[in-house]
Design a protein around this ligand. Sequence first.
Ligand code: CU
Length: 145
Amino acid sequence: MKKLAFVLWAALATVLVACGGAAEPEAVPAVELSLTATDIAYDMNHIEVMAGQTIKLTLHNKGALEHDFSIMEVPHTGEVMAEEAEHGADGHEMTMDPEVHIAAPIGDSRSIEFTPSQPGEYEFFCTVEGHKEAGMVGTLVVTAP
Ligand SMILES: [Cu+2]
C-alpha cells in the first residue's frame, strides 16, 4: 500500500511539473527592467541578463510617437507574455513578426515577460519605420548562468 501511495504521489508530481511552465525550477530570480522610449531613442541600449532568468520589462513611452521593444528571434523557455502588444491608432502596420514584441502607446507603459534560455547577443529594436535606423536599437546580452 505504501508503494502505491508513492507511485500516485510521483505521478501527481509529474503532472504538476508538466502543467505549469512556471513550475520549472527557477535557477535565477526574475529581473525587472524599465526601458524608456523617447523620440527617437531608448534610455538603455545594453541589457544584460542570465540565461534562464525571466525578464519583466516595462516599456515607458515618453515620446510623441508610438514605440515598441522587439526582438526578432531569441531562444526562450515558456511563453512570451505581453500586455496588449498591439500597436495603436497611429496606423503603424507590422510588416514583421518578432518573437518578442511590446508596443507602448504615447504617454503610456506596457509590460512583457520572457525567459531567454541561451547565452548570446540578441538585437532589440523599435519596429516603427525609421526608428531603428534613428537609433532605437540595442543589444540584449544573455550570459551563461
Ligand atoms: Cu520607436
